[in-house]
Structure formats: C-alpha cells, structure tokens
Design a binder for this molecule. Structure first.
Ligand SMILES: Cc1ncc(COP(=O)(O)O)c(C=O)c1O
Length: 383
C-alpha cells in the first residue's frame, strides 16, 4: 500500500499508448472487429432512427444528460449487470467512460483532492491526476484484486474522497474481485464516506461474473458501463448510473460547464435502437465468440509462459522471466513490427514497475493479423 503524488510527464504515456505508424497495434485493448454482425445491425439501427425522427429534431438542441428514450435504453443496458433496473432519472448518457471519469473526478474529488485507486489501473487516471493535481493513493492487490485491509488503511490515513475501481476483469491484471471482498470494500467505503466510481467496461464479455461493487453500496456509487470494450471501440456511448436522480442532476448539469461529456444525439439514439432491436446482444455475442477464439490461440501459443488471461477477457497480462527485461522485450517486438505495452503505465505502486507486459487480443483488425502478432510474441519469448 503506497501513497504518492503523481507528476508523471505526459510524454511517457503517449510513447506508451500511441504505437508508431506501421506497427501492428497490440498495445491497445480494443474489442475484435466483428463486421459480419456489427455492420448490418448498425446500419439497420441508423435507418430506423432516421425513419422515426427528423434529423433536425435529433440534432437541433442539446440533450444534456440524455432524452428519456436514451436514458431508458441505459436502464436496460446497465441492468445486464445491476441486480435491479435503475430509475431512468439516475442515468446519464455520456460520450464515453473517459469523459464520465473526468466529470466525476473533477466534481467529486476536486483539484488537489485524494483519490484511491487499485495498485495497477487504467493509465488515463494518471493524466487526470496530473490535470487536477490529485494525490493518488494506491491500494495493494493480490491476484483477485484490492485487499480490503489495505483499502481500510488508506481510508483511515488519507481520507480519499473517492475510489476509482474496476473490480471485474481489471485492466491490466484481469482480476475479478470475489463477492466477499466486494461486500467488505462497500462496507469500508460506507464507514469512511468514500464515493465509488466503478468502471465496469470489461464485464460484459465473460459470463458468470459477480454483481458490480456498486450493487453493494448503491447510495455511494457511480456505476459506469461503457460500450467501448464489448461492442466497438469508438461507439462513444457510456452510461453512468448515479446514486440518485438529484446527484445525477447536481454533478452532470449544470454542475459542469467546461467539459464536453454529452453523447452525440445520433449515437445515443442509435444505441437505444440497438437495445430495442436486441442487436446489442448479437454484437456482444459475436465479440465474445471472437475473443474466446483469440484467447484459445494465446493459450496454445504461450502455453509455457506466465500469463493471466480469461476466455472472455480482451488482454493478456504477462510476467516475463529475468532473461527478458520488459523494455528490451517490447523493443525486440517493435523491431519486428509489433507494439505491446509495458507495466509502467498501469503501475501506481512504489518503486519500479514489475517485469510485466500487456498485449490486447482484439486490436489487430483481423484474426490473421492477430495470429502474426501472437506468433512473433511467442517467438521472442522463447528465445
Ligand atoms: C478501464 C478502462 N476504462 C475506460 C476505457 C475507455 O473507455 P471509453 O472509450 O468509453 O472512454 C478503457 C480503454 O482502454 C479502459 O481500459
């Protein structure tokens, strides 16, 4: 368990995340493209939207937290995970999880505030922390996820305003926090008055995962379910479920006038149509099926390596042996035309990041390109 103020230079992240031109991008973690299902569903949804509405009526005025139809679609989509269908007035339709997090962190934690995060987490948090001069407290983890005792010590000693967590198929570790720990984290959050920002973006591809952490402390939780990891990376729709209708109004409008988090009406309406037509289910199923195939290929090609991966998880989190220091391993792959990411960006603990790397299975646009990348990773690993 550690505490640190983050001043990581932004360039470090850019180097890490934007693969130079010409490289096969396996550092990103996008869902595999499934045009055989997606294209027809998306076209039909757009046609249905444009038949039902005049374009001007859709685009002619701001929709702020979302019109009733789109918030209702958000209740159905988030109820795939939440134990009950939430009230539509608790839903905020945003243009993505990143935007939702920017609003939540700046409005609830605030400039110079304290945010608790898992020891390994989504690297964008570092950039938000830089912008807001936040103090980040990282909560020690094991393979399952956050350790409740470590979280309690952080709450007691540093009084964070909020916890940002991905308890289900954590990025990058793939950990899934068990129910007992979810209950304990919820109880500790309640006792110390810590808001929960739950990012559940990776939860829809695996089957048989526990209910969200937010289900155990709905009155404290801002539950965020984006579409970027289960449907298409640039759909730009993520739903936030606020603790109450009043909180949704207070924090998302007019509580913030300087960020653009609202979903473009056409995207929101198209997604709502896909919910109504059940196209969402068919797309998620296709992404899930392709992900399973790619993860099976990983299990075969990297059978002897120390990898954490799930059949319904997009990424592979790999511990390298000493003979392969992570930066050299990534450099060797770069020389062979493949980009992967090393642990630095994800690691918020003390000292040097461990000798680990992450690669995404879905980012190469075709299975053949993925196979080429995977074979190269396996060859370099075996040297
Ligand atoms: C944990 C996590 N949350 C959110 C996102 C991005 O979501 P969005 O595109 O909806 O902003 C990513 C993408 O890498 C992610 O890994």
């Amino acid at each position: 368990m550690t505490i640190q103020t983050i001043h990581a230079p932004i360039e470090r992240l850019e180097q890490h995340y934007i693969p130079p031109q010409g490289l096969l991008n396996m550092s990103g973690n996008l869902p595999p493209q499934v045009p055989q299902v997606f294209d027809a569903e998306y076209r039909a949804a757009i046609e249905a939207v444009l038949t039902a509405h005049s374009p001007m009526s859709l685009i002619g005025a701001h929709q702020f937290r979302g019109v009733e139809r789109d918030r209702a679609a958000g209740t159905v989509f988030t109820a795939r995970r939440l134990p009950e269908v939430p009230d539509a007035d608790r839903i905020i339709v945003t243009n993505g999880t990143q935007s939702a997090l920017n609003v939540l962190i700046s409005n609830i934690v605030g400039r110079g505030g304290v945010l608790a995060v898992e020891e390994y987490t989504y690297p964008t948090i570092r950039q938000i922390a830089n912008l807001l001069n936040l103090k980040i407290c990282s909560v020690a983890m094991d393979d399952e996820g956050m350790l409740p005792d470590a979280y309690e010590a952080i709450c007691r000693d540093h009084r964070p305003a909020a916890l940002y967590a991905q308890p289900t198929v954590q990025n990058p570790t793939t950990g899934i926090l068990g129910v007992e720990r979810r209950e304990r984290i919820a109880e500790i959050s309640r006792r110390y008055g810590v808001a929960i920002f739950e990012d559940d973006i990776y939860s829809l591809l695996p089957t048989d995962v526990p209910p969200p952490l937010s289900a155990y402390a709905p009155e404290l939780s801002w539950y965020v379910l984006g579409t970027a990891k289960s449907m298409a990376a640039a759909f730009k729709v993520a739903y936030v479920v606020a603790p109450s209708p009043e909180a949704a109004k207070a924090r998302f409008w007019p509580g913030d006038r300087s960020t653009y988090w609202m979903c473009a009406p056409m995207n929101a309406a198209t997604f709502a149509q896909l919910v109504a037509s059940k196209g969402v289910n068919r797309i998620v199923e296709a992404v899930r099926a392709e992900t399973r195939i790619r993860q099976q290929m990983v299990a075969e090609r990297l059978a002897g390596a120390s990898c954490r991966a799930l059949p319904g998880g997009l990424q592979v989190w790999m511990t390298l042996p000493e003979r392969h220091p992570k930066s050299e391993f990534a450099a060797k792959l770069r020389d062979r035309g493949i980009s992967i990411s090393t642990a630095e960006g994800y690691y918020f603990g003390e000292g040097e990041a461990p000798n680990m790397v992450r690669f995404g299975t879905g980012t190469p646009p075709t299975r053949a390109e993925f196979e080429r990348g995977l074979d190269t990773i396996a060859q370099v690993y075996q040297k």
